[in-house]
Design a protein around this ligand. Structure first.
Ligand SMILES: NC(=O)c1ccc[n+]([C@@H]2O[C@H](COP(=O)([O-])OP(=O)(O)OC[C@H]3O[C@@H](n4cnc5c(N)ncnc54)[C@H](OP(=O)(O)O)[C@@H]3O)[C@@H](O)[C@H]2O)c1
Length: 272
């Protein structure tokens, strides 16, 4: 159970709701320890009904009632939220943001001096508690702040922490990564369709294969290259497919796509 009085969540869209629902499901927090704020009345009503937490429309009111604040609004709304809560925030609180490409320095500049700020890059599998959340810390963050934030995000999947200079690379791999995986799955399912398999079955084959392969990497501790070799017999079917991938530059396409995403994340982070 999180050792806090109250966690205030500002922005209860897809990501905010996923994190709150995950924490409630894992029982690391109780509804009484939560307060939410969203600009949309519809969301406020739906969330208070489905998750049983108190919802308010005034971020300032929430900020003065909570010791930890989680900002889950779109990146372009972060400045407005910081301005809104400025007078209600102090260094004994902790502010956590999941906004993509918003640095801790950007937040620190817009909040009172010495307020601890943690930045997190989660991803959409957090919606089913299978997320990958990577945390980095601002200059006033102490060990116990990071431990608390880690515990929160462990409720929606795996966690890791990095130096903030690695966050653009993290964004390009695990933040954008689900879209790349879905593209691969869609292409595999289309190939199944072309060979006459029904679409639901082709999608199931591709998705379970991706899931199982990812789990095999995580659970065996083996490098992907070794596991790939285990599937590939001399003059067999797999090597035919792999050669076609190589002929079309699959590996370099994937590497370059991730590097492009990193570059874009760097550009978007130039907002300080
Ligand atoms: N979804 C992802 O894959 C993903 C992955 C990693 C990180 N993130 C980050 O997570 C954050 C949230 O993304 P999301 O996909 O959950 O967005 P979302 O579904 O649009 O949710 C954001 C919510 O915040 C509300 N809001 C806007 N301004 C507000 C304010 N001043 N006070 C209170 N509530 C406010 C929005 O209301 P209105 O719609 O009425 O404006 C909306 O309900 C983003 O910063 C994003 O970069 C998302």
């Amino acid at each position: 159970m999180l050792d806090i009085k109250k966690l205030g969540v500002i922005g209860l869209g897809k990501m905010g709701q996923a994190i709150v629902a995950g924490m409630l499901k894992k029982q690391v927090i109780t509804p009484n320890q939560l307060m939410g704020c969203d600009a949309s009345e519809d969301i406020r009503n739906r969330v208070s009904e489905s998750l049983g937490i108190q919802m308010v429309s005034d971020a300032k009111k929430l900020a003065s009632a909570c010791d930890v604040l989680l900002l889950a609004v779109k990146p372009h709304h972060i400045k407005m939220v910081c301005d809104d809560i400025y007078d209600s925030v102090h260094p004994n609180q902790l502010v956590i943001s999941v906004a993509a490409a918003i640095s801790t320095a950007y937040m620190e500049k817009r909040l009172p001096k010495d307020v601890p700020v943690i930045r997190v890059m989660p991803n959409t599998p957090a919606l089913i508690n299978q997320g990958m959340s990577v945390l980095c810390q601002g200059k006033s963050v102490r060990k116990h702040h990071m431990a608390l934030a880690m515990e929160m995000f462990e409720a929606v999947g795996e966690t890791a922490s990095v130096d903030e200079k690695m966050m653009d690379a993290v964004t390009a791999i695990s933040g954008s990564g689900p879209a790349y995986m879905f593209l691969m799955l869609e292409a595999m399912a289309d190939a199944g369709l072309k060979m006459g398999l029904p679409k639901p079955l082709a999608t199931q084959l591709a998705a379970q294969t991706m899931l199982g392969s990812a789990k095999l990497v995580m659970e065996s501790g083996e490098m992907p290259v070794k596991l790939k070799d285990d599937v590939t017999t001399p003059a067999g079917t797999t090597i035919e497919g792999l050669v076609e991938f190589e002929n079309n530059g699959f590996r370099s396409t994937v590497i370059n796509a991730v590097l492009k995403a990193k570059e874009r994340s760097e550009q978007l982070s130039q907002n300080d």
